[in-house]
Design a protein around this ligand. Sequence first.
Ligand code: V0D
Length: 236
Amino acid sequence: MEKIKHIAIIMDGNGRWAKRQLLPRTFGHKKGVEKVREIAIYANDLGIECLTLYAFSTENWRRPAEEVNYLMSLPKIFFSSYMKEIMANNIKIQMIGSLEGVPAEARKIFTDAIEESKNNTGMILNFAMNYGGRAEIVKAAQQYAIDYSNGSAGPLDEELFASYLMTKDLPEVDLLIRTSHELRLSNFLLYQLAYSEMVFTDTLWPDFTTDDLDDCIDQFYHRGRRFGGLNETENT
Ligand code: V0D
């Protein structure tokens, strides 16, 4: 079985976790940030090439202003607490989606972290920020149409189309994990998840541990991925 290169996680359940402890939702997000550190360091130690985290969706803007403001303060909390450790672990920060609408301070913290870590050669810690899968596909189609009409692109196939996506330089997503028992994709990585294994766990993101990540990875290796073809035990 081929090695896992790319894991994507929808980090759901921070609000629910806080509610259960009768704490404000922001406490759940704060705890969620600590989990980003723990899981990223661990995934890098495992030799995972890329970890994509769905941090903030285009739909999250509709939450109460107070919560959105708090979410916008998280990059500062995260990078001021952990950037040293990220650098010491040779982790490279990247993002997909857009920083449009993000307050200037948060945007700068993010772009500085990307710049500072750009020569690191360990795991890519890729934040999906303001990301929407349909918007990504539409944008790719628009850009291809422009390139085709001015002669700079040839006929379209799957590989060429993938080169118009924001994940163009990343390995295929092998495993998608969604925490907090929501069984939806919520407009995340629609094109990229075509052949991914998916693990949905009841664990809330602030409770998610390195053991839970091991469990998800075990599930991946215990499912024979067939890409629609036949595997070794099913070839008669
Ligand atoms: C903690 C899921 C938004 C659980 C959601 C970098 C993990 C909340 C952002 C964010 C985090 C805001 C502005 C920006 C980039 C990202 C974010 C982190 C964690 C750590 F420019 N939510 N969020 N960033 N969490």
